[in-house]
Design a protein around this ligand. Structure first.
Ligand code: 2NL
Length: 335
């Protein structure tokens, strides 16, 4: 009998502690103290106990009755206070919802990744204005007036002699004018061309590179760009150097990699050729060196240009360049 009253007390206090609202408390109060309640029944049964147990059982049961009445009162006022604070139904011990963290734009991430590869190879970063003179954007790079690359359809003209730069190359003659070789720089940044479809946006990002010194050969160009492709994609990526033409390099070469989608089988992405063009490059044209005052008998160099969106599209299998600039958080949040 003694044990029984202790069990009732333990169970009752546990239930009171767990009660989440005044209704639950009311039910518990009926369960223990009501006319047919656990404690009431216990008191009623005392008369059937042996003589020597009756006094202490009655006393203990009455003490418990008092304790429970006080406990119900206290629990009810606590719940009402929570209610008054508008916190009903909120478990304040639950961990908070984590705040959403931002992330770098995929183009920023890829630009940094490409820059880091060249920084590790000893290149420095050179920046220059997005609004550029005709001279640095075209003339210095051996693109004369009336060259097709100057076509009004490609270039945004600010005035007759001022353009939005169509490549980041202008930072390179700017550096060469004021520095003697050796020169080893990359120029990342925004460029602008009047063009818009699934592979072109009027603003896009480029990283150009330039290396000038005595005895720089086409072998150095191949070595640096092969290292770059192996670090950016992976060491197993095959590549080829395909003859091409740019006004500012001679000879010129475009770099293709084995198609990342079909591994060379031929698919829609690589137009069934098994190869994907990733960048343009070449040995700097002597006319460019003459424009900046470099001695073409002493110095040679190579240069290259990488489209950042194109690299990001190939790396992540994205088929439409415009996705980068629609600012859809469901797309951007995946990187
Ligand atoms: C491409 C091609 C290229 C260069 C950029 C360059 C810069 C100087 C001198 C010579 Cl100062 N060349 N830059 C050279 C070859 C190709 O870019 O398709 N880019 C996305």
């Amino acid at each position: 009998m003694q044990n029984n009253i202790i069990d009732i007390e333990k169970e009752a206090f546990e239930s009171i502690e767990q009660a989440g609202d005044p209704d639950q408390l009311e039910q518990l109060s009926i369960k223990y103290l009501g006319r047919k309640g656990v404690l009431t029944k216990f008191l009623r049964n005392i008369s059937s106990l042996p003589d020597d147990e009756r006094p202490s059982a009655g006393k203990n049961a009455n003490i418990l009755k008092g304790k429970l009445e006080a406990a119900f009162k206290e629990a009810l006022s606590k719940l009402e206070a929570v209610d008054a604070a508008g916190l009903t139904g909120i478990d304040v011990t639950l961990p908070g919802r984590p705040a959403k963290r931002g992330s770098f734009h995929p183009i920023t991430q890829v630009a940094k990744e490409i820059s880091d590869i060249f920084l590790r190879l000893g290149f420095d970063i050179a920046e220059s204005p997005e609004v550029e003179t005709d001279y640095y954007n075209f003339e210095a790079l051996n693109i004369p007036k009336y060259h097709p690359a100057r076509d009004m359809q490609d270039t945004f003209y600010v005035s007759e002699n001022i353009v939005l730069r169509t490549h980041t190359s202008p930072s390179q003659p700017r550096v060469m004018e004021s520095t003697q070789p050796p020169v080893r720089i990359i120029s990342p940044g925004k460029v602008f061309r009047c063009d818009s479809d699934i592979t072109h946006t009027p603003m896009f990002y480029q990283i150009e590179g330039l290396m000038v010194d005595k005895n720089i050969s086409f072998g150095d160009l191949k070595g640096i760009l092969t290292t770059f492709v192996h670090q950016f994609f992976d060491k197993e990526t095959s590549l080829r150097f395909r003859p091409s033409f740019f006004p500012f390099t001679e000879p010129s070469a475009e770099v293709d990699i084995r198609c990342v989608m079909c591994k060379g089988e031929g698919c829609r992405i690589c137009s069934k050729t098994g190869w994907l063009e990733v960048l343009g490059s070449g040995m700097v044209h002597p006319a460019v060196f003459e424009n900046v005052g470099y001695d073409t008998d002493q110095y040679t160099g190579f240069a290259f240009g990488i489209g950042i969106e194109r690299m990001a599209m190939l790396k992540y299998g994205i088929d439409d360049i415009r996705k980068f600039y629609e600012n859809d958080i469901r797309f951007l949040g995946q990187f």
